[in-house]
Design a protein around this ligand. Sequence first.
Ligand code: ADP
Ligand code: GLC
Length: 474
Amino acid sequence: MRVLFVAAELAPFAKVGGLADVAAGLPPALARLGVDVRVAVPKYRAVGERAPDLAPVGAFPVTVGGETLTCNVFQGTLPANEVPIYFLGHDPYFDRPGIYGERNEEYPDSLARFAFLSRAALALGPAVGWRPDVIHANDWHTALAPVYLRSGTVDPVSRSVFTIHNLAYQGRFPIDRAEAVGLNEAGRHLVGRGAQMNLLRGGILAADWITTVSPTYAAEILTQGEGLEEALQARRDRLTGILNGIDTSVWDPSTDPHLWARYSATDLAGKAANKRALQEALGLAPTVAPLVGMVSRLADQKGFDLVLDAFERMMALGIQFVVLGEGDARYASCFRDAEHRHPGRVRALIEFSEPWAHRIEAGADIFLMPSRFEPAGLNQLYSLRYGAVPVVRATGGLKDTIQECDLAHDRGNGFVFVEYTAEAMLDAVGRAIRLWRTDPEAWRKLVARGMAEDHSWNGPARQYCAVYERVVAL
Ligand code: ADP
Ligand code: GLC
């Protein structure tokens, strides 16, 4: 089985959110199952900075609409394995400081950039002499790949699988741009919605199979599908929810180079050392207080309105709080204000930082993820592995991965609330803090249970293989 995995992000080269982690974690797990999988991503400026010695392996023409552009191919691998990565270069589009944009402004030519990526991914196989059986596209940025295949714009030699990581980002553009990105009548029909193109809709309608990143989200979006319910329902017999895994070699507290001390479920002394070091590094008071952490894009999806609404009441529970995030300036400034109001108790790191993300998971007692919606969520899984007990809202992948702590039966791995209200969230945070304060032994067991869970990519990779096998047999 030959699979080309195409995405707009790839950790550690170019990352904004979880898509990058999936692109880096799933392909190696597929390779371990014997799939000949390769990854295609843009050669952004950040890629060249991180890997200045990438080998150029050729160039090929890519025709999008009336225009023929050159795609320069550079081959590399991920840091820890041999999965081939094709970095697709076209400097006018990708040699820029940002991935999607800069300073919260999306680049005005995103349609052209990602149409190029989608079209180049389809032309890559012939150019390098390797014909994929399946093109696995992800999110709206690469949704045109299945659309081009389905509409006969390119020779349909490959089947397509399309994974929805987040229905909130759909890639909407004026329909009069359809010709410029090379869509024929059939392609236009797939993406068209009145005066608009909607690339995500096109991917859903065109792909041979659609997956999304958790079973609960797969069910939720049939009725709460951000306006795409009809398209999703039309394809429901080809829609599968496969829960994301995590890369257990990158996220492992017993080897993590970003931490101050290493630890494991059987030896938690290192976790306490990380908490003390985190407090010291961030200027938090070295007191005995539950440390609540958040690492997240600062986006409405993530439930920051609840956090800010409940903030003072949460602080009144005697916690320390640290947030790491980039995004919406409103949230950033609210958290900066909170930091000034609570010196020594609150820190807001408004930046993107891989090391801090790891250190917060390691140092925090409690990890807060009160998402409004969450297709899968990776941070609650990193938290489990790092012994930061997740407090989450029961939605999407959070619902599939976190169960309320049940002391009587020694079950559960976190604290869960259902209603999207500040009160419900506060109540769940309160339950966590109460247990942390009153029953250290029960807390230790809760932490150890979470750390022992297996959320590696091995299981999900087998499910993706089954999907690939189904589509090639269609
Ligand atoms: P989403 O993809 O919606 O952003 P996920 O939970 O799937 O949510 O994945 C988010 C990923 O991005 C995690 O790996 C998380 O650690 C990382 N991340 C988010 N914000 C930051 C940040 N400011 N600095 C470092 N890593 C971040
Ligand atoms: C999206 C979702 C997140 C998911 C990630 C990777 O960005 O918001 O829930 O974990 O994609 O699939």
